[in-house]
Design a protein around this ligand. Structure first.
Ligand code: FAD
Ligand code: EPU
Length: 337
């Protein structure tokens, strides 16, 4: 383990923001972590755990220690007739783990195909897409407690998962390094193809038999058609969460905007933030290199040299404009640093 000084983070955040970390360290083993937490640099500086940087917006240089876990490996820990428990280490790249499991017909991760990032970050915001969230497939995880210097096991229910939320994004923020995640996958085909876009793409692909791999390919194609490729245009995916409002507020908005896009949930009505932003006339907007994606208004983009502050200022203008038009407050999904 080597602590480096003044390292550029431009290639380690998908927004492509040009900032430096004062100190930077890759962690390959638990022993590395134990050594690091005893070091003066860790004790005397703020720290940030960074995966692939696909859900962060840097607004300035990070004047502290960036810790990047690069634990590698995927292993089967146990199996029954119907189920298989697969442990993936936090430095594994998420889309690769999804495809690995799909190829083996271990079902459950396919709807989460092609989400950028690392395994270690996947529980942080309970990643989700096309009707599945990590909470639906996560059995348990191992995390290193940076204060007690010990490994703790979190069962699914300990993680307090919610829509784009977990205990690690809230009360335990920055306190644990997630080292591995164990997924409970099914050997029996049972798929979630509720989204019409997924069904349409499966039909278009003419997949003769429904399989995890076929679904993963269909979802990858859909995602490629509407989300920017971070190697070409910087982004962190959806910048905001889809807001939830009461049935009463929804009904009054619906009277005024009959085409409003919304979904009924157990906790109220979830509105499409993309629709709200598009109706407030922001889709395709560009100021300097900061902009709103042409195909998906929920995605803020960096066309090259935008600063984090420029992206943040644009986000604030969108929040204000949606609030004044619809009376609805958008909340960022991205971690602003
Ligand atoms: P980072 O951005 O590096 O970190 C995110 C947070 O997790 C930070 O707070 C960080 O401190 C913490 N963290 C990272 N690793 C660890 C660890 N090992 N231990 C403890 N804390 C850690 N998200 C979705 O949910 N659904 C989508 O459909 C989706 N689509 C996207 C599309 C695009 C084009 C992009 C760029 C992003 C998208 N995202 C989506 C967001 C992103 O892919 C996920 O949030 C992903 O889990 C981020 O992984 P990461 O390794 O890059 O995390
Ligand atoms: N819409 C618009 N205009 C837009 C964008 C969307 O009108 O510019 C409306 C359309 O009616 C569209 C609907 O909103 O059919 C839903 O759009 P989409 O399927 O793209 O989903 P989303 O609600 O905008 C969410 C997640 C995505 C996830 C997709 C697919 C959040 C914040 N975002 O987006 O996650 O991939 O669903 O399930 O929940 C991310 O978290 O970074 C992310 C990309």
């Amino acid at each position: 383990m080597r602590i480096k000084e003044t390292i550029s983070l431009k290639k380690i955040n998908t927004f492509g923001i040009d900032v430096n970390a004062r100190y930077f360290c890759e962690i390959e083993t638990i022993e590395d972590l134990q050594t690091l937490v005893s070091a003066e640099i860790f004790q005397n500086n703020p720290h940030l755990i960074l995966g692939e940087g696909a859900n962060v917006l840097f607004t300035k240089n990070f004047d502290g220690l960036v810790i990047k876990p690069v634990f590698k490996g995927i292993e089967v820990v146990r199996e029954t007739h119907d189920e298989i428990f697969v442990k993936a280490y936090s430095g594994e790249v998420w889309p690769n783990v999804v495809m690995y499991c799909c190829e083996k017909n271990w079902n459950g991760l396919e709807n989460l195909a092609y989400i950028p990032g690392s395994v270690g970050a996947s529980p942080i915001q309970n990643i989700g897409a096309y009707g599945v969230e990590i909470k639906d497939v996560l059995d348990s995880l191992e995390a290193f407690n940076l204060e007690t210097k010990t490994i703790e096991i979190f069962q699914n229910s300990d993680c307090k998962f919610d829509y784009r939320e977990s205990v690690f994004k809230n009360e335990y923020k920055g306190k644990y390094v997630i080292c591995s995640v164990t997924f409970r996958l099914s050997k029996i085909p049972k798929f979630n193809t509720d989204y019409s876009a997924v069904n349409d793409e499966l039909k278009r692909l003419n997949s003769s038999e429904l399989s995890a791999k076929a679904i993963a390919i269909a979802i990858t194609n859909i995602r490629k058609s509407k989300l920017p490729d971070p190697s070409e245009i910087g982004s962190a995916g959806s910048f905001f969460k889809n807001p939830t409002v009461s049935e009463e507020i929804y009904q009054s908005l619906k009277k005024q905007y009959p085409n409003i896009v919304a979904y009924l949930t157990d906790f109220g009505v979830k509105l499409s933030a993309g629709w709200l932003i598009e109706q407030a006339d922001w889709k395709g907007f560009r100021e300097g290199d900061a902009g709103v994606h042409l195909q998906q208004a929920l995605v803020l983009v960096n066309y090259g040299n935008a600063t984090g502050i420029e992206i943040l200022n644009l986000a604030q203008k969108i929040i204000d404009s949606v609030k004044s038009k619809f009376g609805v407050e958008l909340m960022p999904e991205v971690n602003i640093i």
